[in-house]
Design a protein around this ligand. Structure first.
Ligand code: GLN
Length: 534
């Protein structure tokens, strides 16, 4: 078992998650059993209660953990499943320690950052290794080197390196070589400083990965190597690329996998097999057609809030040599006066997940437009709930139909809490979360899409379609074609007679992979493509 730690320097948003996933992919493609985990230095126990504007989307694992969106990159790139143990926060570390302290497990002792916090961090660093026989565990340390809150993590990683030795623990530091437009020069000083910062904490990076807008001349690599104590061949450049899917190839060209495996005294084995991946990238980059999809949501200014949906659309389009042009539409801007003008020309309408009242009316208008104009429609979670409300209002004539999340006293609660959710007051990790089985009705659109009777998809919501309205909805043409058998909950809805109208209570986007796109997004893209030729 080997550990690779990935730190970041100079600035945040360097794409550490994509880098980590790409490196993991290369090692996996050489035949190693690889997994990736993320340690986040904030005090929330998990990101589940965070607004997407803080850290982007909340990614849900199949075992029902609300985690950092980088786990989404890991799953999509490596086609692996992560778990609640793959994302650790300072909040989780402290919660464990404080609970232990209250149980009296430290009786008589002062509880301190060193050794108690660092010991707990080390225990978590190595936890996955006890559950599965991985060859290599990559650990991405969130934040930027030099942040006060990251220090205990770097210290714990340093200790692990000391304890297990340099053949089992390796440090990769991702940094930025700044390009100055005014003088047209690349500058290495910030990189030097960020490595010094690591060295002061007792960590010598083994590999430096330099993000850069221009190619690094040989002399510049030599200079960086000299100042940072990193061997020349381990100073890797990561040039900006047009798509994140090229990053594994770019790193391969720089031979980072070979540098790392040699350093860890592991055999190189075969050349990495990235043929599937290459086919995808080739098709993605040579599209034969374009499709315009409207993504209707309330956090659209921040595309990261819908990362997995975005990626799932790109995977589905890419494999079909179709360029997906996403139009990001803020639902709060839609009114009955402008909705037609704003949505006209779209070949598919996707109403996004979400919470709370803002932008709700606009989502209902978008559903109405898609339903009545026969535009292919995909509603995800809140998007599905809005489709039920729209149908109840305009087809069943229940003008005041609503979700009790938005309108607790509505006379027609077509979307409502399940009884067991009504008792819950705590907010953290209490939704219906993670993978649940869903039974699909034969002959339905969902059946044609999934081509199997039982599927598993991931959930993250509190509210459900209210079964009291089910018969009325079905009789009027809103069909419930997917069901969670144990509790008889509606998981998929469709509208009879519409060319493509489907709403799902779950989040299919969490299971789309670069090498195996999700069938629901695929079918949506295909329907949208057909809509164009009509
Ligand atoms: N707010 C809705 C619920 O809790 C939908 C959640 C979502 O879209 N993820 O049921």
């Amino acid at each position: 078992m080997r550990y690779i730690f990935i730190t970041g320097g100079v600035v945040s948003s360097l794409g550490k998650g994509i880098f980590a996933a790409s490196l993991g992919k290369l090692l996996q493609a050489r035949g190693y059993r690889v997994t990736l985990q993320k340690f986040d230095p904030y005090l929330n126990v998990d990101p589940g209660t965070l607004n997407p504007y803080e850290h982007g989307e909340v990614f849900v694992t199949s075992d029902g953990a609300e985690t950092d969106m980088d786990l989404g990159h890991y799953e999509r790139f490596l086609s692996i499943q992560t778990t609640r143990d793959h994302n650790v926060t300072t909040g989780k570390i402290y919660q464990t320690i404080i609970e232990r302290e209250r149980r009296g497990e430290y009786l008589g002792k002062t509880v301190q950052v060193i050794p108690h916090v660092t010991d707990e961090i080390k225990r978590r660093f190595t936890l996955l290794a006890q559950k599965e026989p991985y060859d290599i565990i990559l650990t991405e340390l969130g934040g930027t080197v030099g942040d006060i809150e990251s220090l205990p993590y770097i210290e714990a990683a340093r200790q692990l390196h000391y304890e297990l030795g340099p053949l089992r623990v390796l440090f990769v530091h991702l940094t930025l070589v700044v390009y100055l437009d005014a003088t047209q020069e690349l500058k290495t000083k910030p990189t030097q400083h960020s490595v010094k910062e690591l060295q002061q904490a007792g960590v010598q990076p083994d590999v430096l990965v330099c993000r850069t807008a221009r190619s690094l001349p040989k002399e510049m690599r030599a200079k960086i190597a000299l100042h940072t104590n990193v061997p020349r061949n381990a100073v890797i450049q990561a040039l900006d690329v047009p798509t994140i899917y090229q990053v594994p190839f770019q790193l391969r060209k720089e031979k980072i996998d070979e540098v790392i495996l040699r350093r860890l005294r592991l055999p190189l084995r075969s050349e990495p097999d990235l043929s599937q991946w290459q086919t995808f990238v080739d098709r993605l980059q040579n599209p034969q057609q374009t499709v315009r999809i409207g993504l209707i949501g309330k956090y659209v200014e921040l595309h990261d809030a819908y990362k997995s949906i975005h990626e799932a659309l790109i995977h589905a389009g890419g494999w079909r040599s179709t360029q997906v042009d996403i139009e990001w539409i803020y639902s709060g801007d839609l009114t009955s006066e402008n909705v037609e003008r704003r949505l006209k020309g779209l070949q598919g309408i996707l109403v996004a997940p979400g919470f709370g009242e803002r932008g709700i009316a606009g989502k209902i208008l978008a559903v109405h437009y898609a339903r009545t104009q026969n535009v292919p429609f995909l509603g995800i979670c809140l998007g599905m709930q809005m489709a039920v409300i729209e149908f109840a209002r305009h087809v069943l004539g229940l003008r005041e139909a609503h979700s009790t999340e938005i309108e607790p006293h509505t006379p027609h609660p077509v979307i409502d809490l399940m009884p067991e959710q009504k008792e819950i007051v705590e907010k953290g990790g209490t939704m219906r979360l993670g993978a649940y089985p869903c039974e699909i009705r034969r002959g339905s659109l969902a059946w044609r899409i999934y081509q199997k009777p039982l599927i598993y998809e991931r959930h993250r919501h509190r509210y459900e379609l209210n079964n009291q309205y089910r018969t009325a909805l079905e009789e009027a043409g809103l069909l419930i074609t997917g069901r969670y058998p144990e509790k008889d909950l509606a998981e998929i809805i469709e509208i009879r007679g519409h060319p493509f109208f489907i709403g799902v209570q779950f989040h299919p986007e969490f299971q789309s992979r670069v090498e195996s796109p999700h069938p629901l997004f695929g079918a949506f893209i295909e329907a949208a493509t057909r809509h164009q030729s009509d």
